[in-house]
Design a protein around this ligand. Structure first.
Ligand code: PMP
Length: 409
């Protein structure tokens, strides 16, 4: 038994990440330390939330000030109003907000609003995309009854034809099309939306469906405003944020256009901790630091250095790599990698062994606290790890020696 490992048996990649720190003792800036005292340069950003650095002083001060006043007090506090006004002023399509805790709260609420507003049932999402832990939008099918999935259909991201076909197949019962601004299918390659695909999304709106941008994962890392729709040039009806919004505290938001306000008002969607104030104050603190410290520009600069440096480091081992995705959320693709080869797993395991937290199939989520020295260290170690990959290519049997996870199942 291992804490927090629900569904772990399905995730084959763990076989290759026995080096991964399963229990983390502390985090500071862009460094985390595990319970065995091993320190890691954190390039994973907690899969999104670590935006400015663990324990960022400005965010922590904002949270602490609010904590002294009270957190869960059974009603909204003034900070909720301050946050709502801030978000409505900041994001173009946002005229009202719902505030929850997890990304799943925001996306599931968005779907309810879309269904209520349209009086329709079906939702379209991209193949291999994950939008919620709930039945309608999870990639994990275990325990989900077939009827609960039957109102969800999938299209191929960046395939305008498949989107159009899915809209037609919904036969007038389409409530919502939900998409991410940066597609990272489960075990897939990161992709940004193409112009023709975005055009097809705009056209699909004519079916009467509500367009929902799920910015839970990419939010704060694609555009200096924090909203990725500004980067990709899409005007969604509803937008969902989570993960990075409060720099590690549990807070998510669904915001929408004025036309959907009435429907939003009618959706009953409650959570014991939705009104808790500390995360709301942390969110305001996160935006304040993000803007005043040039965090977006810093992450873009670090991402640019890493992208160039990793390609160069790979070349020293006679390897060709491509850095795919967005500078702040990129994943390397090693030429010659593919089914059965696991080269990215070999590289990631080697990096983790050397104290750099990366993942073989998930993009790195950079944080603004990464120092130039840390980036230098990452690149030095990357070169050594590419040597291990070259060795793996030369002697492929070696991967059999990658140990099984030592910890329980
Ligand atoms: N949307 C996207 C794009 C996500 O990546 C995730 C989580 N990985 C979610 C929604 C759900 O967020 P949460 O895990 O906070 O419920």
């Amino acid at each position: 038994m291992i804490a927090g490992a629900a569904g772990r048996k399905r995730m084959l990649l763990y076989r290759f990440l026995s080096e991964f720190p399963w229990y983390v003792a502390s985090g500071e800036g862009a460094t985390i330390t595990d319970v065995d005292g091993r320190s890691f340069i954190d390039l994973m950003g907690s899969y999104g939330p670590n935006l400015l650095g663990h324990g960022h002083p400005r965010v922590e001060r904002a949270a602490m000030r609010q904590r002294l006043r009270g957190d869960s007090m059974g009603a909204q506090a003034p900070v909720a109003v301050e946050l709502a006004e801030f978000l409505c002023a900041r994001f173009e399509p946002v005229d009202w907000v719902f505030v929850g805790k997890n990304g799943s709260d925001a996306t599931s609420y968005a779907l309810r609003v879309a269904r209520l507003a349209t009086g329709r049932s079906r939702v379209l999402i991209a193949e291999a995309s994950y939008h919620t832990a709930q039945d309608w939008g999870t990639i994990f099918e275990g325990g989900v009854p077939a009827p609960h999935r039957s109102l969800t259909s999938r299209f191929v991201y960046n395939d305008a034809e498949s989107l159009r076909a899915a809209v037609d197949a919904a036969d007038g019962d389409l409530a919502a099309i939900m998409l991410t601004p940066f597609h990272q299918g489960y075990f897939g390659t990161p992709a940004l939306p193409t112009e023709s695909f975005l055009k097809a999304i705009r056209q699909a709106r004519q079916s009467g469906a509500v367009v929902v941008l799920d910015d839970v994962r990419a939010g704060m890392r694609m555009h200096p405003s924090g909203g990725s729709h500004a980067e990709i040039g899409l005007d969604p009806d509803l937008v969902c944020f989570g993960k990075a919004l409060a720099n590690g505290r549990a807070l998510s938001v669904c915001g929408g256009s004025a036309e959907l306000r009435e429907a939003a008002d009618q959706v009953g969607y409650l959570g014991t901790f939705f009104a808790s104030t500390v995360a709301q104050a942390a969110c305001l603190g996160t935006f304040a630091a993000f803007d005043s410290e040039g965090s977006f520009e810093r992450m873009m600069a670090v991402g640019g250095r890493l992208a160039t440096g990793l390609v160069e480091a790979a070349a020293t081992a006679d390897l060709t790599v491509e850095v795919k995705g967005f500078p702040t959320m990129a994943l390397i693709d090693i030429e010659g990698d593919g089914p059965g080869r696991f080269l990215s797993h070999v590289w990631s395991a080697a990096m983790v062994r050397r104290g750099v937290l990366v993942h073989p199939t998930q993009p790195s989520y950079l944080c603004a606290a990464l120092t130039d020295e840390q980036v230098d260290t990452v690149l030095e170690r990357a070169a050594e790890c590419f040597d291990e990959v070259a060795e793996e290519i030369a002697h492929p049997t070696r991967r059999r020696s990658i140990p099984e996870p030592a910890r329980g199942t």
